[in-house]
Design a protein around this ligand. Structure first.
Ligand code: 5GP
Length: 264
């Protein structure tokens, strides 16, 4: 019996072998201000400071607010989750804690891809495929979105990513494995504090030596957490859908993670 579920089945072939030789069309980022964060050059070569703002947006910037204290909570949550992943063998961009709103990270060329792993159906996949909300996938689902605000980050498949020269096939294999491993680590961690990890978005990048790292923040802005039993949302859906107070919600996640965030 093979591990693919049947003796007669061939293992799934993930990628059609293709040659990719031209350099990828992405560069090291300069300092920039994003919707919820500011990235600035760090004190030494190859480093950046990730600063967490209080701003929150949804619907590609259509819905906006500023919630005092949100940046501090997301910074504390991100730091703890990046440390957890590092402790479990995932290479992340984390270098060290700086202050209540900032983390020092590796300077990376970020792939223009949003990597989403889903454990249960909700959000865009429910609208796209008509699935029942809450349906559990037979195995975690790995999806790729092209990072492009004007196009509202469309879903793409791996062949688009290769044809558009967004990532090398070997790099995507590693990104996929790392994202699925990180999902398992985080799923288990959140399960231990009473939440189901429904889905999560990751970003990845490469350093000067072309080593791949998991990048960006990991917070209730970038994942969905449902309380076990009640299935109540403890993530940005409370803001997207006006379901509850965002600060209260994020504060509760931080509290259950054992974090003390000063002044919020
Ligand atoms: P969906 O595709 O269902 O809208 O989102 C899937 C998961 O990825 C959710 O956990 C959602 O929070 C996260 N996600 C998707 N796109 C973005 C984005 O542009 N920004 C952030 N912060 N999270 C995103």
């Amino acid at each position: 019996m093979s591990c693919w579920g049947g003796a007669l089945r061939a293992p799934p072939q993930l990628f059609t072998p293709i040659e990719v030789s031209p350099p990828l069309n992405y560069n090291f980022p300069m300092s920039y201000e994003g919707k919820a964060k500011i990235m600035k050059d760090g004190p030494t070569e190859g480093t950046m400071i990730m600063y967490f703002k209080d701003d929150v947006t949804a619907g590609n910037g259509k819905k906006k607010d500023s919630i005092p204290g949100k940046g501090k909570i997301n910074k504390a949550i991100t730091l703890k989750l990046l440390q957890l992943l590092e402790d479990n063998g995932i290479e992340t961009h984390l270098i060290e804690d700086i202050d209540e709103r900032s983390i020092l990270v590796k300077k990376l060329k970020i792939f223009p891809l949003e990597v989403v792993v889903r454990n249960k159906a909700t959000g865009s996949i429910v609208r796209r495929l008509g699935l029942e909300k809450g349906m559990e996938f037979k195995r975690p689902l790995f999806e790729l979105f092209y990072k492009n605000d004007e196009l509202h980050d469309p879903l793409i498949c791996q062949e688009h990513a290769f044809a558009m020269n967004l990532i090398y096939p070997d790099d995507l294999l590693l990104v996929r494995k790392t994202a699925l491993d990180a999902n398992e680590i985080l799923k288990e961690y959140f399960s231990g504090i009473g939440f189901d990890l429904i889905d999560i978005k990751f970003e990845f990048g490469v350093d000067e030596k072309e080593n791949i790292y998991l990048a960006d923040e990991i917070s209730p802005d970038t994942m969905r957490l449902w309380e076990k039993g009640t299935q109540v949302s403890f993530d940005k859906d409370v803001f997207r859908e006006d379901k509850a107070d965002l600060l209260e919600t994020y504060r509760e996640v931080a509290k259950r993670m054992g974090l003390k965030v000063e002044g919020i």
